[in-house]
Write a protein that binds this ligand. Structure first.
Ligand code: PEP
Length: 249
């Protein structure tokens, strides 16, 4: 049975004080769900030391290189040493703001595994791409670039985050049917490479997940939890989302 995953993406929010209050209030429970909190990298070490049992810390992005003249970059191994267990790679905000390419994101996924981190590899189409009917072509292309750098077997040790760009931070959520269709498509692409690994890989949905819609979304056959931005900043809301993920596993 696949474990569910509930991931909180704090983006560029937070402070030591806010994280410390959050960690005191977060209810992780003991269900079959991995819980990962992605804080800004500078807070990683402090966060890893105060998270409640059952929750682990993650970094929101990593560099490809392991060391060297790359000012501002953080290697996976460095993040691991600071307490990170997971790394997001290929979040749409980085694809947009930093013009990260599909190939670079594949290299980052490989770098995460090399450095001992579990990547959540994000894929997802823009509104324009969905309106054109190109959503599976776009997500397929993004995933193929990752599978060129990482085997499907290895990817099962991480996760895929399907995050339609038009649903991130907009309050607009993919319907459970739209999300399930894309998750099933992603799993079918993984299965073409490795059928067993495809069944083991958590595929989480991201895009305006809230306690009110989490139960129905996570109840879909191929949705294994959520990657949550806005609602994850509130310990009560994210605790409810964790419970929904645990119930669905
Ligand atoms: C995200 O940050 O990846 C995200 C899905 O944000 P939100 O839940 O706010 O849409």
């Amino acid at each position: 049975m696949r474990r569910a995953l509930a991931a909180a993406n704090w983006k560029m929010h937070g402070s030591i004080e806010a994280i410390s209050q959050y960690c005191s209030a977060l209810e992780v429970g003991s269900g079959p769900v991995d819980v990962a909190i992605f804080v800004p990298a500078v807070f990683l070490n402090a966060t890893a030391g105060i998270l409640p049992e059952g929750a682990v810390a993650g970094i929101q992005d990593i560099g490809v290189a392991e060391t060297g003249a790359h000012t501002g970059e953080i290697a996976a191994e460095m993040a691991r040493e600071m307490g990170a267990v997971w790394s997001i790679v290929g979040h749409s905000e980085r694809r947009q703001d930093q013009q990260e390419s599909d190939e670079l994101i594949g290299q980052k996924a490989a770098a995460a595994f090399r450095g001992g981190l579990r990547p959540i590899v994000c894929v997802g189409e823009t509104l324009e791409e969905r309106r054109r009917g190109d959503e599976t072509a776009v997500v397929g292309r993004q995933l193929e670039a990752v599978l060129a750098a990482v085997s499907a077997g290895d990817l099962a040790g991480g996760a895929i985050g399907y995050e339609p760009v038009w649903a991130i931070g907009t309050g607009e959520t993919a319907t459970p049917e739209q999300a399930q269709a894309m998750h099933a498509f992603i799993r079918s692409l993984l299965a073409e490479k490795d059928a067993e690994a495809a069944q083991q890989t958590p595929i989480v949905y991201g895009g305006s997940v809230k306690p009110e819609n989490a139960v129905e979304l996570f109840g879909q056959a191929d949705i294994d939890g959520g990657l949550v931005g806005g609602a994850s900043l509130d310990a009560g809301q994210f605790s409810a989302i964790i419970a929904a993920a645990a119930d669905s596993a």
